[in-house]
Design a protein around this ligand. Sequence first.
Ligand code: UDP
Length: 258
Amino acid sequence: MQICLTHFLPFAMLHIMFTPQKLYEGKAKILYTTDDPTILLTVFKDDATAFNAQKRGTIVGKGDINCAMSQHLFRLLETQGMATHLIDCPTPNTMRVRAVKILPLEVVVRNIAAGSLCQQTGLELGTSLTPPLVEFYYKNDALGDPLLTGDRLQLLHLATPAQVAQLRTMALQINAVLSEFFDKCGITLVDFKLEFGLDQQQTILLADEISPDTCRLWNQAESDPNLRVMDKDRFRRDLGQVEEAYQRVLERVLAQDF
Ligand code: UDP
């Protein structure tokens, strides 16, 4: 199938004719091949889902915002020595990335208790978690992305013990860098989800995105538990002003140099 890329490729690239294949369409992004097998193109969508896609909607401008924010934060992490899949962003909602084999894991880091941790443990919302909690979930929509134990990770051969140890170390390093960065933005990084992939040399690279879709972000200037929310919980919990919150996060992130 010939896909018209003219709406998201710069004019300089239009002379390069190729037939991109849609490799995968997820809830928030579409992945295309390029003429280089080591490079893929991610298109960030405005579509929003929650509760394992039971709730669906649109957050206008989200694709551009999440792409720009992910690019800025991946660059920040690269300056701190962390390898990511980012190459560059040819247009506002497209990111060229190194092709990796995504590990079927969602790595969640938590600094403050919220969301499923409170629901499943009874911990009070806002409880400080020191040291931060690192959790592994099975990236499997059909099963509802269940929380994994170390033994289940090995049982299902989802990653080797050495890879699990490395993912945990990388997740904590990323958390340290991002927490300090968001703090300078006047935002508390409550928790977030990361995805990783293996390149052809089996090196683990940070992949996917880092955005208000995948992080809980609380405005430090607000103490009200609803007003402080600057992330996808505004959509999940029908708090309103979703687009405005995403835009405010992006402005603060882009204003903060590194
Ligand atoms: N998260 C995500 N994708 C998922 C599940 C969780 O990006 O499929 C993020 C979520 O936005 C939050 C963190 O991971 O920042 C922890 O989410 P939690 O386990 O509390 O689940 P939730 O309450 O969001 O269902």
